[in-house]
Design a protein around this ligand. Structure first.
Ligand code: NDP
Ligand code: 13P
Length: 314
């Protein structure tokens, strides 16, 4: 894919110079775009970097999204500026997704969600990967698709931004459970059952947000679930794996490189499940484990000894 490289370079500002922001900045830069990677710890002011931005991509951890979005709002922007959100989390106080936060702050700008099976370390090693850019604004999604597409990063468009976003967000909780499963050496059958029933929980929560069920069977749902639940590169998987080895959550998070969004997301999902009366038993056991209310083995027993039932409620 060379067309975006030569013909129409864009001015792209990436907010958040963590693992994912840096990897995405490299992808856009290699395609010939003018990229500015902004961090609150860097020397450039936000006002300066935003002044001629055509695309603003946020790869800020969930805890910083609201404050950064409010800050961005205080500076003048072109009305054409496209926002892209690559954060995989939910806001604790409001249960909003990052795209809902950006859309609230910038109701007249196109908002695009970028999410998929994208372990940043593999992308930095130039291994092949695919992702999804989703928006209600098709032209904006197509522009973002061109900016990031290359022979090692295949980008698909999708019209269900919240579904795409929730796939990447909820799978982090299931990845914690998968790490526990592997840490306890429960075997391949157990892992397959866990991931498949995890997907059912993703669909249940997603439907509450108005997401389409089929979105969860694509790259941003099943695809990211498979990547994250099967890789020690995933921080969320690492949290579960190390909990199974007997470490405390505090010890694990203190030594973890970067953000494991699943820890906070799990708490938010429990809030939603209680408010909406939606059963999410795997998420509930992950929550109880993170709160040190159960041991990994007790959580497993709780899941295996639930009432027997049909696979689907038809
Ligand atoms: N790493 C990966 O493989 C992938 C990550 N993601 C998602 O991307 C998001 C970021 O992940 P990742 O880059 O790995 O995490 P990191 O922990 O490496 O980086 C987090 C970034 O967020 C910034 N940040 C956090 N709070 C604030 C705040 N209040 N104000 C300004 N900046 C803030 C950090 O800035 P500072 O350095 O100054 O603290 C840092 O740049 C997460 O939601 C993650 O789920 C999605 C796909 C892949
Ligand atoms: O979202 C990711 C891969 O798609 C990254 O997973 P972790 O945040 O668990 O490292």
């Amino acid at each position: 894919m060379t067309n975006s490289k030569i013909e129409n370079p864009k001015s792209v500002v990436i907010l958040g110079a963590g693992a994912w922001g840096t990897a995405l900045a490299n992808l856009a830069q290699i395609n010939g775009h003018q990229v500015c990677l902004w961090s609150r710890q860097g020397s450039q002011t936000l006002e300066t970097v935003l002044s001629d931005a055509e695309i603003i991509l946020s790869a800020i951890s969930m805890k910083g999204v609201s404050s950064v979005a409010a800050l961005v709002k205080s500076f003048p922007l072109s009305p054409e500026t496209i926002f892209v959100t690559a954060t995989k989390g939910l806001e604790q106080q409001t249960t909003r997704t990052p795209s809902q936060i950006w859309q609230t702050e910038f109701p007249h700008h196109p908002i695009v969600v970028l999410s998929g099976p994208n372990l940043s370390q593999e992308i930095e090693q130039e291994l092949p990967a695919a992702t999804v850019v989703a928006s209600k604004n098709t032209a904006a999604a197509q522009m973002v698709q061109l900016v990031f597409s290359s022979n090692r990063f295949r980008v698909y468009t999708n019209p269900d931004p919240v579904g795409v976003e929730l796939g990447g967000t909820i799978k982090n909780v299931i990845a914690i459970a998968a790490g526990v499963c592997d840490g306890l050496h429960l075997g391949t059958n157990a892992k397959a059952a866990l991931v498949t029933r995890g997907l059912t929980e993703m669909v249940r929560i997603g439907n509450i947000f108005g997401a389409k069920t089929e979105t969860f069977y694509g790259l941003s749902g099943l695809g990211d679930l498979l990547a994250t639940c099967n890789s020690p590169l995933s921080r969320n998987y690492q949290v579960g794996y190390q909990l199974a080895s007997g470490k405390t959550l505090t010890e694990i998070l203190a030594a973890l490189p970067g953000t494991a969004e699943g820890v906070n997301t799990c708490r938010v999902l429990m809030q939603i499940s209680q408010q909406q009366n939606i059963p999410i038993p795997i998420t509930e056991q992950v929550y109880r484990l993170l709160e040190a209310e159960v041991t990994p083995r007790e959580a497993l027993d709780e899941l295996m000894l639930r009432d027997i039932k049909p696979e689907y409620n038809l």
